[in-house]
Write a protein that binds this ligand. Structure first.
Ligand code: NAP
Ligand code: G4F
Length: 332
């Protein structure tokens, strides 16, 4: 890409799993990347440490619209990816109002700042398969009605519809990717996949003995984060803004994930896993399974990393991390 054609992208949530992979992708494509980080007493830039000097960081918080007005006015972005959120479902039960403010109303703050300063930019909203909740049809597609089962999912539904509303009201290029669960070695440690792979590595290395989990029967459509950020980018390169379901079209239980992860290092999971009701949720999402055919047909998007390879990659990365080798490596 020539200097004149170089696009600028703003990523909220750049310190998170997806933000870090998206930054990798956009830099590879020649973008100038501006990452929004919130002020913390101790900087939290582990996932983007390898991008130091390559991305510009700007302070902003989803609770504060003026920070986005200022960032957009200064950088005049071509593309805005709103990935920031309070993204952990159990925390949303404990902090429903904060989750509503950040994960729900935060989207309106970013959209409103965009409308006032750079209405011709293109906007991506990180919607979630959690919105399907108590599913009314399987597999879930773009037209499937939402039945959210947590304050997080309710807030995401608000974010989804406010994005659609700005598209329809102001003719803005604003769209949502309804992404099913996606994981990687950079996944937060409290999410079930990473909690499992971290524990497997520790047990294998003699650093821990047991792993306490909640509902082993919940089923998720798990893909790899590196594949999913490619779908986000593709969604902003179309002639018209549209929403897309992004997933693998396969579903697996937590139990299957556990079996594979322990089996990969030659351990019998039944000797280490304890089911602990403390990790049950007030309302569970039992089954998620995507129909990603619209993304495949329109965007030409297909996931490259399958379930088994994802599990093994995550276990291997945690073993490497704990044995002192490369702490974080590219997932795709
Ligand atoms: P993540 O790792 O939890 O990252 C969340 C990001 O949001 C972090 O950078 C965090 O900053 C930032 N953030 C939180 N509160 C903020 C605030 N008040 N102001 C500004 N930034 C704030 O999440 P992820 O897995 O990368 O997911 C990215 C997005 O996709 C999220 O919106 C998530 O809800 C959504 N999503 C994820 C999945 C999935 O399976 N991963 C599926 C569907 C949708 P700190 O580092 O400072 O905490
Ligand atoms: O890994 P989880 O915490 O992810 P969850 O709730 O599906 O949410 C993730 O995916 C969403 C997309 O659908 C995102 F929008 C959201 O931001 C987040 O990234 O839990 C997965 C399943 C649940 O059914 C949970 O009950 O695993 C079950 N589980 C069983 N034991 C556990 C545990 N989950 C966690 N976190 N910890 C456990 O010990």
């Amino acid at each position: 890409m020539t200097q004149a054609a170089r696009k600028t992208a703003v990523i909220t949530g750049i310190t998170g799993q997806d933000g870090s992979y998206l930054a990798d992708l956009l830099l590879e494509q020649g973008y100038k990347v501006v990452g929004v980080v919130r002020r913390l007493s101790t900087p939290n830039t582990e996932r983007i440490a390898h991008l130091e000097g390559k991305v510009e960081l700007a302070q902003g918080d989803l609770l504060d619209q003026s920070s986005f007005t200022e960032i957009f006015a200064k950088h005049k972005p071509d593309e805005i990816y709103n990935l920031a959120a309070q993204s952990f479902v159990p925390t949303s039960f404990g902090q429903p109002l904060l989750t509503g403010e950040v994960t729900g109303l935060g989207v309106a703050r970013v959209l409103e700042a965009m409308r006032l300063t750079c209405p011709k930019a293109r906007f991506y909203q990180a919607s979630s398969s959690e919105m399907y909740g108590k599913v009314v049809e399987t597999p879930q597609r773009e037209t499937t009605r939402f039945h959210p089962r947590s304050p997080y999912a309710v807030a995401k539904a608000y974010g989804h519809y406010i994005t659609l509303n700005y598209r329809e009201s102001y003719d803005m290029y604003a769209c949502s990717g309804i992404l099913f669960n996606h994981e990687s070695p950079r996944r937060g440690i409290e999410f079930v996949t990473r909690k499992i792979t971290d524990a497997v590595a520790k047990i294998k290395l003699g650093l821990a003995k047991e792993l306490r989990l909640g509902n082993l029967e919940a089923r998720r459509d798990w893909g790899c984060a590196g594949d999913y950020v490619r779908a986000m980018w593709l969604m902003l390169q179309q002639d018209e803004a549209e929403d897309f379901v992004v997933g693998t079209g396969e579903t697996h239980s937590v139990r299957e994930f556990v079996e594979l992860a322990f089996g990969h290092v030659g351990l019998d999971w039944k000797r280490h896993v304890i089911v602990d009701p403390a990790f049950y949720r007030p309302a569970e999402v039992d089954l998620l399974l995507s129909d990603p055919s619209h993304a495949k047909n329109k965007l030409g998007w297909v996931p490259e990393v399958g379930f088994e390879n994802l599990v093994k990659m995550m276990v291997d990365a945690d073993v490497e991390r704990l044995t002192g080798k490369s702490p974080i490596r590219r997932a795709a």
